[in-house]
Design a protein around this ligand. Structure first.
Ligand code: PLP
Length: 407
């Protein structure tokens, strides 16, 4: 796709699009900052402030304090005794499910909220599809005493009643978006519009390693605590060795990017697992979406396809630009699994380890189960990031298994 095509392609909220290929924030040919001119100053300001804060020991120690005393870090490493035996592997889980609010998303929102506070902002905005990132952002806003507005497609508002109520309990305003397809895509456009108008006092809290520079970089840095902790914990557990395989599920790609950040410099094989119906790497082509150049699920005319998977958290047609890059240079392998494999893996972890995983990381578990003794040689040590707990998914799984609901 030519740059001209990309410009034309990305017009949904544009008020005069500026392509900024000279800016940093490129992962090879991916990433960048494909946004309306009116948003460039806000992104630059954020980039500068993040860069300063991330190199500031006081910011780091404030964030560390929050992560330990509020979010419950460091999260533990668990060896799966039964599952390892069944698969003839040594399977270890990095337990992000044990954090406050039950997933890795808290690492990112606390980082961004602290940064916003240091920048003098008093309000957080976010967009959410399934509601999980909205809940995480509302949580962070509550901790920092900030105002919070969450944009959500009208259809998603109806589908995710409980999360909408949860956000309201946490003090957030939830704005249903009734334009376009009334889902995540439209909510993102509304959030960008809000930010253009209010960036003086508002921080836009993006939920994954996606969007214009500096978000993919910044969110990866906030999530790198997963990989850095896991590497040290695994080395202790494996008497100095790194795992043969490090596996994480990929929606936008933040838990995977944070996990891999701790392992890029090692010899471990890195594997990102996508949902079959949201496989931006396996089935995608290069395009521009949400301010970044990356691999996207699209048809021959460049129309973005709607992602579908059993887990709402992986229903994203794109993927963070760094993943597109890591795939192109062959450092990370991307695989996909189908809904049935995911349901089986969900049940297997419950039965063998007494852990109810979220459906998202059940994708990573499903791939390990499928490839044990095949792509993963017998006897290998495998680290899986368990990005979240499955309480939110139990009712859905029950209804599917009882035949009351389609996947
Ligand atoms: C949101 C979510 C994901 C997907 O987001 P990434 O940015 O790809 O990590 C994965 N797992 C859980 C538990 C989530 O809540």
């Amino acid at each position: 796709m030519s740059i001209a095509d990309e410009i034309e392609f990305y017009t949904s909220f544009s008020d005069g699009l500026v392509v900024n290929p000279g800016a940093s924030g490129r992962f090879g040919e991916y990433g960048g900052r494909y946004i309306p001119e009116s948003l460039i100053p806000a992104c630059r300001d954020l980039e500068l402030n993040f860069d300063n804060c991330w190199n500031d020991p006081e910011f780091r120690s404030d964030l560390y304090e929050l992560l330990t005393t509020y979010a419950g870090r460091p999260t533990t490493l668990t060896e799966c005794k039964q599952l390892s035996k069944e698969l003839d592997l040594l399977v270890m889980l990095k337990r992000e499910d044990l954090t406050h609010t039950g997933s890795h998303k808290i690492n990112n929102v606390l980082g961004q909220a602290l940064l916003a506070q240091k920048m003098g902002k008093t309000r957080l905005i976010a967009e959410t599809g399934a509601g999980q990132h909205g809940v995480a952002t509302a949580t962070a806003a509550a901790v920092f005493g900030m105002q919070c507005t969450v944009y959500m497609g009208e259809i998603d508002v109806k589908r995710q009643e409980l999360n909408v109520f949860r956000m309201k309990l946490l003090g957030a305003e939830v704005v249903p978006v009734s334009s376009g397809s009334k889902t995540l895509k439209d909510a993102i456009n509304e959030a960008f519009r809000d930010w253009v108008a209010t960036s003086e006092y508002t921080h836009y809290c993006v939920g994954s390693v996606v969007g214009p520079h500096p978000y993919p970089w910044m969110v990866r840095e906030f999530q790198s605590i997963i990989g850095n902790e896991a590497r040290e914990q695994c080395r202790r557990h494996l008497e100095g060795y790194d795992p043969d395989f490090v596996v994480a599920c990929v929606g936008g790609g933040s838990n995977a990017a944070g996990t891999f950040a701790g392992y890029l410099a090692t010899e471990s094989n890195l594997v990102g697992v996508e949902a079959e119906g949201g496989a931006a790497i396996s089935k995608g082509a290069i395009g521009v979406l949400h301010g970044m150049r990356t691999r996207l699920m699209q048809d021959e005319d460049g129309q973005i396809l709607e992602a579908h998977s059993i887990s709402a958290g992986l229903d994203y047609p794109g993927i963070g630009p760094e993943h597109s890059y890591l795939s192109s240079v062959g450092r990370v392998t991307y695989e996909s699994v189908n809904d049935e494999e995911v349901l089986n893996a969900f049940g297997t972890l419950c039965r063998t380890e007494g852990i109810v995983p979220a459906l998202e990381p059940a994708h990573a578990i499903a791939w390990v189960i499928r490839e044990a003794g095949k792509k993963i040689p017998t006897g290998s040590a495998v680290l899986i990031t368990l990005s979240g707990r499955g309480d939110k998914d139990v009712q859905q799984v029950m209804e599917i298994l009882q035949g009351k609901r389609e996947n």
